[in-house]
Design a protein around this ligand. Structure first.
Ligand code: ACM
Length: 536
């Protein structure tokens, strides 16, 4: 839970001006989101229809064909386009290894389409952009003619890390929804999916060595209704679920094919009450513990016993096997030290290690886990509390309690992902009129605040600025039970995020963005994706 006090309604609007090469009296010159690095709109059109064939510069490039097929499948399935491959086709596709990672060049001329990308991710992004030159809903059918405007685009991402998070522990979302979510990310050039898999209220990943994690820790007896600040009011309904390893492998492959890297999160030392319900011997006190039925921050956390490290390393070894990305997220946030302060074991450990502050035990904990991850070829990423008690030497920091943690970590030479609650917590309300919105945790985070976010703090020295590898928005699901509701909190704020992390800062223009997203809302309608309508 984010403490309710962290709720300033910061509202900054950047009024950077974007000039488009082709002026237009009514409406935007184009509707591409995120806005590309460079775009020139010409005159004339190219008719993309089922007579147009696809020419691959390298016939043997399976990666290019795979990306193309993923993009083309909805057009083919809906009968809109055939998109068959043929030597000499007017839709020319190539990957040439030139330019920045994930970059692409797209030219629509009256003779055809040329798409050249630095790599396969860039190819996917070029195709996503091409979709946005079509009428909304083209891929789902019913479109008479796809007259693409003559256009020249050069595009590359501003940040390497462009993230969206989803909490599947407070509420569980089935594999099909996770794939759908990943699909939405890829459409908007978001390339990291932070999958928050464990919490006090539920453990959601199968671990062969510890079956009680899925027998016991994956289910809670009931769930609190409302904010529950005064007294517990439960719904009386047993709730839970988890992903099998086969489901996870399938999702990982699905994401990889769409150039989305998954960052799994296994929380420690706090937010671990569900695991302790299954394995109470890992706590400093005897228990028993129950899988939490209320939201909040809980005092029963992992005790830093040797047996706990053995357990966590065994769990992480199985997690590492499932997820090919470089990062494992280990949480690290909101871990009260009450139990550690009262523990004779922890007191002895502090004497042995020469610690005089219990926060140093948190540092010790995270550093040990980092050593294990590094020895197994992975990098550790954690919430900004991992700065407390001595930062692990190679860790990447996710700055959520504002930007101070990120600033400090970058100055100390660590990579940083910015995800401050003030601008990027998508569980916050989208209106000041809370009664008009679905019940939420609190806060107020309208679209323009998200759009205004600048991930690189201006006070940083140039070499520290390089450490800000990107930004991410988070979807905590205490009050979201359905995929439909998640979509409502996601959209259109994720469209704003996409521009924050992809587009050049100087190309951002909120008024123009608002005009462009009309196209996207129509597209979401066609795709059957829920969203919050724009304010009048
Ligand atoms: C967090 O919101 N506790 C990272």
């Amino acid at each position: 839970m984010r403490a309710l006090s962290y709720r300033p309604a910061i509202q900054v609007t950047i009024m950077a001006l974007t000039t488009f090469a082709a002026g237009c009296d009514r409406g935007p010159a184009h509707s591409i989101v995120p806005v590309p690095q460079q775009i020139v709109m010409g005159s004339g059109t190219f008719a993309l229809n089922s007579d147009v064939e696809v020419h691959f510069a390298d016939q043997t490039d399976e990666g290019a064909r795979s990306v193309f097929d993923i993009w083309a499948t909805p057009f083919r399935d809906s009968g809109t386009l055939t998109l068959g491959a043929a030597e000499g086709g007017a839709f020319r596709i190539g990957v040439d290894g030139e330019g920045a990672p994930e970059s692409y060049r797209l030219a629509v001329t009256t003779d055809g389409i040329d798409l050249t990308a630095a790599d396969h991710a860039g190819l996917l992004y070029g195709l996503q952009t091409l979709s946005q030159l079509m009428p909304p809903g083209a891929e789902t059918g019913g479109t008479a003619a796809l007259e693409l405007p003559v256009t020249e685009i050069e595009d590359a991402p501003r940040f390497a890390y462009r993230g969206m998070h989803l909490d599947v522990a407070r509420h569980f979302f089935p594999p099909d929804f996770i794939k759908h979510y990943i699909d939405l990310l890829a459409r908007y050039k978001i390339n990291r999916f932070h999958w928050h898999l464990t919490e006090d209220q539920g453990w959601r990943i199968e671990i062969d060595r510890y079956p009680r994690l899925t027998e016991i820790a994956a289910f809670r007896e009931q769930t609190q209704i409302g904010h529950g600040l005064d007294e517990f009011n439960g719904d009386g309904i047993r709730y839970g679920g988890f992903y099998t390893k086969d489901e996870i492998r399938d999702i990982v492959a699905y994401a990889e094919a769409r150039h989305v890297t998954i960052i799994p999160e296994i929380e420690m030392p706090g937010h671990a009450q569900a695991a302790l319900a299954a394995y109470p011997e890992l706590a400093c006190t005897e228990g028993p513990f129950e899988v939490a039925m209320t939201w909040g921050v809980f005092e029963d956390i992992y005790c830093p016993y040797e047996e706990t490290f053995e357990f966590l390393e065994n769990v992480l070894a199985e997690v590492i096997e499932l997820f090919p990305g470089e990062y494992i997220h280990i949480g690290g946030d909101e871990a009260p030290k009450t139990r550690w302060e009262e523990s004779e074991y922890v007191r002895d450990l502090m004497v042995r290690e020469g610690f005089n502050d219990v926060e140093q035990v948190q540092g010790y904990f995270i550093r040990r886990i980092e050593r294990f991850l590094n020895a197994n070829g992975k990098r550790l990423i954690g919430w900004d509390e991992i700065l407390e008690g001595g930062l692990p030497p190679n860790a990447t920091v996710m700055s959520w309690r504002g930007t101070i943690g990120g600033i400090e970590a970058s100055r100390r030479g660590h990579d940083v992902v910015m995800t401050p609650y003030s601008h990027l917590y998508f569980d916050y309300y989208q209106s000041e009129d809370q009664d008009a919105e679905p019940f939420a945790i609190g806060g107020f985070l309208p679209l323009d605040t998200v759009y205004s976010y600048e991930p690189v703090p201006p006070q940083l020295r140039d070499r520290d600025k390089e450490r800000i590898i990107g930004a991410q928005a988070n979807v905590w699901t205490e009050y979201m039970k359905t995929g439909d509701h998640v979509e409502y909190m996601l959209m259109p704020r994720m469209l704003a995020l996409s521009e924050v992390v992809w587009s050049p800062a100087e190309a951002k223009d909120y008024e123009n963005f608002l005009e462009r997203i009309e196209w996207h809302l129509a597209r979401l309608d066609a795709l059957g994706v829920n969203y919050r309508p724009l304010d009048d």
